[in-house]
Design a protein around this ligand. Sequence first.
Ligand code: PGA
Length: 250
Amino acid sequence: MRRTIIAGNWKMNKDHIEGAALAREIAAGLARTPPSCDVVLIPPFTSLPAVTEAIRGSIAKAGAQDISAEDEGAFTGEISGRMLRALGCAYVLVGHSERRHIVGEGAELLARKLRAALRSGLAPVYCVGELLGERESGAAGEVVSRQIREGCEGLAPEEFSRVVVAYEPVWAIGTGRTATPKDASDMHGSIRRLIGTLFGAAAAAETPLLYGGSVKPESAPGLLADPEIDGLLVGGASLASDSFLAIVPR
Ligand code: PGA
């Protein structure tokens, strides 16, 4: 049985005071009606200490939005996996489309970040997804397979067993346009087949594949009902406790 994971990516929203308040509301909501899945809050770095404190004792876990490819040393502005673990983080996003396309992080750097996450004991949530033009030209499948290979090829199957994959079509992120459950499901199916080729049948059966891109309380049940969709990576709708809690299955 694959785990279901609902993760809220707060992006560059919520300072540590606002973040603690939101995390407390979410933790209280989850305590009232326990979820039937894993729940992960992914605030900005500066809010992580306050958020991990606020969710202490709750079922919710914390994740970071980014990680250094290096473990320690003269890397001004970077945050290491060990620092994130010390705060109690369990997950870290690697290769979110905003880091690929706005910050300009490339395949080689992202492969190193993914390995840094694994070295430090974090579960990387490796994000992949095609641009609108790539979908329209029929290249979506090829782009996503390339991203999976670039990030994950060469990992030992036991290393890959800690990787979570998030398929987020870039044209669906923050645009209000969600992929249909069928589009997401088809892509998840091809990602799963590729994982089978690279890491074997057990990895293909066990890797959680999340969908992300304008997920809202209205669209979440249809997506989660699809057997290929094991969870959701939620941006905008994770910034208020009522909409985020409405997405979490109970
Ligand atoms: P969105 O963001 O839900 O606001 O589209 C999703 C994401 O970028 O992870």
